[in-house]
Design a protein around this ligand. Structure first.
Ligand code: SAM
Length: 285
């Protein structure tokens, strides 16, 4: 399983240090070098698992300048692993430029999968997971954040957003104003850690709960927001958002109901039958 001249992209825990897989430990023990986002942060985890491999830093600010060195080392027949402070490298973390350069240089890149806050939060969110979009961290300023949220609020599928404790209240406030207070969401805080908390409800309910309790404003957060289709149901193909109704009503004035249903299904990601039944309902009114 273990190969030389390979860069392993190794997922590390997002909180609970025992969430490092047996294969991750094996690879980290056997590679020639480990590139870590912050070596001081990762050393306690590595030592806890008996990993003595030498570490080198590779972070946002030195990634570009490290690339030539890493590739030269790998081309000489060595192996290396890339880890970050938590979870899967490249997911809102450094590594993209290095992986792209390895591909260009013909160096093998191989994943050692494991923890990731996106999938951990989705798996317990209770929101549809058949289709979702990960959008990373929102902009820091409220105006930019609202502009960034606006097109996302129209999407039919689940959204996964990262947020820091400094901006959790502001982001939830902007979510309520752009997505509407009734939009279903889940707030996943401190996953796999001592104070792990999951809050399920509408954006407004969760904003109120977080505002009311300073402890809920601490730690690391993933916000999972239901798509427009979840506004009136939670089975992932539910009826109807205000926008869907509006689109159907306008189209019905110009097109046969079957065509309307086909267009709406394509636009909103609902089934043709769902759109057709809703169009008939609107026509009857
Ligand atoms: N690469 C990581 C991953 O695979 O999830 C993400 C790194 S990103 C710099 C850090 C963000 O991930 C945090 O601000 C938070 O939004 C989310 N996160 C990481 N660990 C988490 C945890 N235990 N609980 C909730 N969110 C977490």
């Amino acid at each position: 399983m273990f190969s030389e001249r390979t860069l392993y992209i190794v997922a590390t825990p997002i909180g609970n240090r025992d969430d490092l897989s047996a294969r991750a430990i094996d690879v980290l023990q056997h590679v020639d070098r480990i590139y870590a986002e912050d070596t001081r942060h990762s050393l306690p985890l590595l030592r806890h698992h008996g990993i003595e491999t030498r570490t080198w830093t590779l972070h946002e600010h030195n990634e570009e300048s490290r690339i030539a060195m890493v590739i030269e080392h790998l081309n000489a027949g060595s192996s290396a692993a890339l880890i970050t402070d938590a979870g899967t490298p490249l997911i809102s973390d450094p590594g993209f430029r290095l992986v792209r350069a390895c591909h260009a240089a013909g160096v093998r890149v191989s994943p050692v999968p494991g923890a990731c806050a996106v999938t951990a939060a989705l798996s317990v969110s209770g929101l549809p997971t058949d289709r979702f979009q990960f959008v990373g961290f929102p902009p820091a300023k409220s105006n930019a954040r609202q502009t960034w949220f606006r097109p996302l609020a129209q999407l039919p599928h689940t959204l996964v957003i990262y947020e820091s404790p400094h901006r959790i209240i502001e982001s939830l406030t902007d979510l309520a104003s752009v997505f509407g207070p009734e939009r279903p969401m889940t707030l996943a805080r401190e996953l796999t850690k001592r104070f792990e908390t999951l809050l399920y409800g509408t954006v407004e309910e969760i904003l109120e709960a977080v505002q009311a309790d300073a402890n809920q404003q601490r730690g690391e957060f993933v916000l999972i927001v239901g798509g427009v289709a979840t506004l009136s149901d939670t089975d992932g193909d539910a009826l109807p958002s205000v926008d869907l109704d509006k689109t159907l009503s306008v189209l019905l004035q110009h097109l046969p109901v079957k065509t309307v249903a086909r267009c709406a299904a394509e636009l909103y990601g609902v089934t043709k039958k769902t759109a057709y039944d809703r169009a008939l309902e609107l026509q009857r009114r």
